[in-house]
Design a binder for this molecule. Structure first.
Ligand code: NAD
Length: 371
C-alpha cells in the first residue's frame, strides 16, 4: 500500500511524527507474509444487507480466511451463496441447526450478522459449537447479554471479536495515532454525528430486535470514535436528551427517533454526539490547542474524507475495511496475538450506551459510566 497521507509538503512532517506510526498504518495483509497456507473457514450467520453487500464481497479479498459456510433461514439462498463462493452445500445451516457446526472442521469462525437482539443467542450457539466468534455491532441489546456472550466464549475456550471495522481503516488509525502524538493530542473537544432518514419499520425500529433506535444502530460509531480519539479511554460520565416530539411516532413507537448526548472523560475532554433516523449526518471532529482532525465523511465503507490542521489526509489505494478486519482476526487466531477489537470493547460501548439511555430517561441527569 502506498502511503500518501498528506500532500507532498507534509511528507516531512509525517516522517517526523513517527516512522513506526506510519508503518502501523499499513494494512496487516500488505506487510504480513504470504497468504496463510490454511485459510480459516468463516460461516456468516444472517445473509441480509451487510453480509450480502459487504462481508461476502470482502471474503473474496481476504488472504487468511475464506467463506466456508452460511447460517440462514432460507436454504435456497444458502445454495446460491454456496455456488457463488464455492463451498459445499453441506455447509449450509439454519438457525435451528447451528449446534451441528461442531462437527464441521471446515468452519473455524462464526460471524454473527443478525439483528442486534439475536446476537447473544447466535454467539452463544457458535461458542457452544466450539467456533471462534465475530459479533457485529452493537454487541448485544444489553450489557447483561454482552456478559453472557463473553462467558460462553470463555467457557468454550474460543476467541471473541466485534465487527469494529474502523480500527482497520487507515484514516481512523491515523486519527488514533494523532490523538496519542504530542503534536496534536490529547484531543479535548470532540463532536460527531451519524444519522440517516429511515421511513420504514423494519427490525431496527422494534426494541426487541434493535435494543434501541439510531444510537444503537449508528450513534454507536460516534461513541466508539470518541473513545478512539480519547486514546482508548471510556468516558467517566454522560448526559443525554431525547429530541421530542418525534416526527414519525408511527414508525418509532418504542425506540428513540433522535438523541443527543455528551461524554465526559477523566482528563476533562468532552464529546458532543448526535444520532437520528430523521436527518443526515456522518462526521467527527476532534481538537486540542495544538491541532485538529475533521472527518466530513467519517463512518462510511469507502471514500472517507478527512482533513487535519496540518493538511488533508489521503490514503491510496482504498482498503477494504471488512477484509482487513477479518484477516486480522484470522491472524490473531493463528498467532495467538490479542485482537484490537475484543468482546470487552463491545461490552464497554454497551455500558456507555446504557448510561446514555439512562440519562435521557432521567431528563438529562449526569450518569456515571461503569465501564
Ligand atoms: P438485515 O435486516 O439486512 O439482515 C438481517 C439478517 O438476519 C437477515 O438475513 C434476516 O433474514 C436475518 N434474521 C434472522 N432472524 C431474524 C429475525 N427474527 N428477524 C429479522 N431478521 C432475522 O440487517 P443488516 O443491515 O445486515 O444488519 C445485521 C447486523 O449487522 C446488525 O447487528 C447491524 O447493526 C450490523 N451491521 C453492521 C455494519 C457495520 O458497518 N459494521 C453495517 C450494517 C449492519
Amino acid at each position: 500500500m502506498k502511503l500518501n497521507a498528506y500532500p507532498v509538503s507534509r511528507r516531512r512532517f509525517i516522517g517526523q511524527l513517527s516512522a513506526a506510526g506510519a508503518l502501523a498504518l499499513l494494512p496487516r495483509s500488505s506487510w504480513a507474509a504470504e497468504p496463510s497456507e490454511k485459510r480459516l473457514g468463516v460461516a456468516l450467520v444472517g445473509l441480509g444487507n451487510y453480509s450480502r453487500g459487504e462481508l461476502g464481497p470482502a471474503l473474496k479479498k481476504t488472504q487468511h480466511c475464506r467463506l466456508a459456510g452460511v447460517v440462514t433461514g432460507s436454504h435456497d439462498k444458502g445454495v446460491k451463496w454456496a455456488k457463488e463462493y464455492g463451498f459445499s452445500e453441506k455447509n449450509i445451516y439454519s438457525y435451528d441447526t447451528m449446534q451441528q457446526l461442531a462437527d464441521n472442521p471446515e468452519i473455524d469462525i462464526v460471524y454473527v450478522v443478525t439483528p442486534n437482539g439475536l446476537h447473544a443467542e447466535h454467539c452463544v450457539a457458535a461458542a457452544k459449537a466450539g467456533k471462534h466468534v465475530i459479533c457485529e455491532k452493537p454487541m448485544a441489546n444489553t450489557v447483561a447479554d454482552c456478559d453472557t456472550i463473553i462467558a460462553a466464549c470463555q467457557a468454550a475456550k474460543v476467541r471473541l471479536s466485534v465487527g469494529y471495522r474502523l480500527h482497520f481503516d487507515p484514516y481512523h488509525k491515523e486519527m488514533m495515532r494523532l490523538a496519542q502524538s504530542d503534536q496534536f493530542g490529547p484531543f479535548m473537544k470532540m463532536r460527531g454525528s451519524f444519522s440517516f432518514p429511515m421511513n420504514r419499520r423494519p427490525w431496527r425500529a422494534i426494541r426487541k430486535y434493535s435494543g434501541g433506535g439510531p444510537l444503537m444502530d449508528v450513534g454507536i460509531y460516534v461513541v466508539h470514535e470518541a473513545c478512539m480519539a480519547a486514546g482508548g479511554a471510556a468516558p467517566v460520565a454522560v448526559t443525554a436528551q431525547e429530541i421530542l416530539p418525534k416526527k414519525r411516532p408511527d414508525i418509532f413507537q418504542d425506540v428513540e427517533e433522535t438523541i443527543a448526548w455528551q461524554m465526559e472523560f477523566a482528563n476533562g475532554a468532552v464529546c458532543d454526539g448526535r444520532s437520528s433516523y430523521q436527518e443526515g449526518g456522518n462526521d467527527f471532529h476532534a481538537e486540542s490547542e495544538r491541532g485538529w482532525v475533521d472527518f466530513s465523511s467519517a463512518y462510511i465503507y469507502r471514500g472517507l474524507a478527512a482533513t487535519t490542521s496540518r493538511g488533508p489526509l489521503s490514503f491510496k489505494p482504498e482498503v477494504c475495511q471488512q477484509a482487513l478486519q477479518m484477516d486480522d482476526f484470522s491472524e490473531c487466531l493463528q498467532t495467538g496475538r490479542a485482537s484490537p477489537v475484543p468482546g470487552e470493547l463491545g461490552r464497554r460501548d454497551m455500558t456507555i450506551i446504557e448510561a446514555i439511555y439512562a440519562s435521557a430517561a432521567a431528563g438529562g441527569k449526569r450518569v456515571e459510566v461503569k465501564a
